[in-house]
Ligand binder design. Structure first.
Ligand code: CTP
Length: 481
């Protein structure tokens, strides 16, 4: 039964009652008839009981087998559909909300719906439920449905709440903090962003009381779309008060959801990645085994988190990450120049394995070997230290400067010394001894060294290291904006 519940949550989109075998179907119908419930509600009740038996904590901690397998292969979890809770208020514009449900679902969003009592005068729960694909919620206390999810869960299980139409009455209640029905109770318990699409007669919209409520709601962090100017339902009436069109509301929903899941929105992030090639002559160069996988994964994760990312990459075989401005360079000196050009940035992450030395006088022509001649001696000079240069800048120093430490012994101790010498804020230390397979490989084991201590991270894929780092630095920026 538990498995069934998990199947429902994660896979049952494709499993319907029709697909059950005949005997099970009959039993289900019998149970439903005995309990005076629809078959669908009966299934929900059974699943609900199973969940209660398992305990909600166990349920929250459960990872479905397919997701476990992906994690063990080091693949990131597949993103779940974002959840929108649509509250339909009681106004003539409610009929447009049925189209809004369709528009939201077209965007791959999971939609739940609450109808206020007044809304039921304009659209029926049956019509809204048919488009949503599940029953709509109407009552704060719903004795008819044993599978009542409750207002707290409805509020918690939404990434965004949309109120459309938001009537003058509903907005006044929300502004006052009332919880007199399911819609207002959910809104009072909500921690997610709320988007209001007001719709009312222009005189009601212009009324001082409404404007006071709108100002209060905006100050409380509510987002608005509309109202628009245009024809009213009442014959001959025009003005400001028409509900925004469903497409306009759906566009605003997408925008707000992107912002909600984008902790680095508005931040500029600079990343270096890969090796550098230091020429000996036009055909030969000094290089190292860096693949660029870690630095590129960090740039990609930062972009996914909404940052404006510039990646300065040495010569690598990995593709440019999507949504990232990538600058290709060869040598350490070119890399430093490109980094300085990319400033200012809020965060700079130096993942490149920069060659410490270059050949003092690289030949303009290919060095030829000739019989009886001594082998050429290469004289080396030190390259600029890019990380140290940026960390010690007097102007335009990024708020957070993060380096890597590639070590083959005394990893944490050497990394601590590097943190101090280079003047950076964090160092991600890793053991690049050949037996670890980290250099050029797909996995990494990091110790995060900061001014306050050393934190070992578990062995994981380079993508997971990237996401962990981005989450950490997003938190750090939030604490010190
Ligand atoms: N780094 C840099 N410029 C250099 C050398 C290193 O920006 N010329 C950065 C690397 O990107 C990394 C950090 O400095 O973030 C440490 O690099 P690492 O190779 O571990 O150390 P080195 O400074 O080269 O010192 P050593 O080779 O002695 O360990």
């Amino acid at each position: 039964m538990i498995t069934m519940l998990f199947q429902k949550d994660y896979f049952m989109a494709s499993l319907t009652v029709r697909q059950l075998d005949e005997r099970l179907k009959k039993l289900l119908r019998l149970r439903a008839a005995r309990n005076g419930r629809s078959v669908e509600d009966e299934v929900r009740t059974i699943l609900r009981q199973a969940a209660d038996e398992a305990g909600h904590d166990e349920l929250e901690a459960f990872t479905p087998p397919a997701q476990q397998a992906r994690a063990s292969r080091g693949e990131p979890a597949r993103p779940q559909a974002k959840r929108v809770l649509l509250i339909i208020g009681g106004g003539i514009a409610a009929y447009k909300s049925l189209d809004l449900i369709r528009r939201l679902k077209e965007r791959g969003l999971a939609v739940r719906c609450i109808l206020t009592k007044a809304a039921e005068q304009f659209v029926t729960p049956l019509a809204a439920g048919a488009i949503v694909g599940e029953r709509v919620f109407a009552d704060l206390f719903d004795p008819a449905h044993e599978f009542d999810v409750g207002h707290i869960r409805l509020a918690r299980e939404a990434d965004l709440i949309v109120v459309a139409p938001a009537t003058a009455d509903l907005m006044a209640k929300i502004a006052a903090g009332l919880a007199s029905d399911l819609a207002t109770a959910v809104l009072l318990a909500a921690s997610s962003k709320v988007l209001l699409a007001p719709a009312m007669n222009p005189l009601m919209w212009a009324n001082k009381a409404t404007q006071r409520n709108v100002a209060q709601l905006a100050a409380d962090g509510f987002a608005f779309v509309g109202p628009n100017e245009g024809e009213m339902a009442e014959a001959g009436e025009r003005g400001l008060g028409r509900m925004a069109e469903p497409l306009e509301i759906a566009g605003q929903v997408s925008k707000l959801l992107t912002q909600a899941g984008a902790p680095l929105q508005g931040k500029r992030v600079l990343v270096t990645s890969g090796p550098t090639h230091e020429p000996i002559d036009p055909v030969r160069y000094i290089a190292n085994r860096s693949s660029g996988k870690q630095g590129h994964a960090i740039a990609a994760a930062a972009a996914q988190a909404g940052a404006d990312v510039t990646l300065i990459s040495g010569p690598v075989d990995v593709p440019d990450p999507p949504g990232v401005r990538t600058v290709h360079v060869e040598t350490a000196r070119e890399m430093l120049q490109a980094v300085e050009r990319a400033l200012p940035a809020d965060v700079a992450i130096f993942a490149a394995a920069v060659a410490d030395w270059r050949v003092a006088n690289a030949g303009a022509q290919k060095i030829k070997k000739a019989a009886g001649q001594a082998t050429p001696a290469l004289s080396l000079v030190e390259n600029p230290d890019i990380l140290s240069t940026i960390a010690h800048r007097a102007s335009e120093r990024p708020q957070l400067v993060i380096g890597f430490a590639a070590e083959t012994e005394n990893v944490a101790a050497n990394a601590k010394a590097k943190l101090a010498a280079k003047g950076c804020d964090w160092i991600l230390a890793n053991d690049v001894s050949p037996q670890t397979g980290i250099m050029g490989g797909d996995r990494n084991t990091i110790e995060l060294v900061t001014a306050t201590g050393v934190e070992p991270w578990p062995p994981q894929s380079k993508e997971d290291v990237a996401h962990m780092l981005i989450a950490r630095l997003a938190d750090a920026l939030k604490e010190n904006p």
